[in-house]
Design a protein. Structure first.
Length: 132
């Protein structure tokens, strides 16, 4: 039972709050921030921003699977969020999941045709086709 209280001390059941997520990330508590984001209800205000923020931290720390799960959830909440689409597409390109990245890059360029990072991602995809 003491084990259960240790888990409770981690505040895993904490309600989502963007400021809380920022504090957890600043304290290096990436896993806890991710758990809160992944277990929050679809209607939670600012959840998409929280998911994107935690995913970026996971990506920088090379936790690619976790970052992917967070960005996938963020895209289910809002499929037109340009920064989320870009971040997830970049991750997919980085890990070699090119077939999954292509439609995201296409959607990104339809939403923002002149977005330089998206154009660069498209070039990276085309480069892999020419070299492969």
């Amino acid at each position: 039972n003491s084990r259960r209280s240790q888990v409770d001390d981690l505040d895993v059941e904490e309600e989502f709050d963007l400021e809380l997520i920022k504090k957890l990330l600043a304290a290096g508590r990436l896993r806890q921030a991710a758990q809160i984001c992944l277990h929050s209800g679809e209607e939670t205000p600012n959840l998409g921003d929280g998911l994107n923020l935690v995913a970026l931290h996971a990506y920088v720390e090379e936790h690619h699977t976790a970052a992917g799960r967070l960005w996938e959830r963020a895209m289910r909440l809002d499929s037109e969020q340009v920064n989320v689409i870009f971040n997830y597409a970049r991750l997919l390109v980085d890990v070699g999941r090119l077939a999954e990245a292509r439609p995201l890059v296409t959607r990104l360029l339809k939403l923002k045709p002149h977005l330089s990072p998206a154009i660069e991602l498209q070039r990276r995809l085309e480069g892999t086709e020419n070299n492969g």
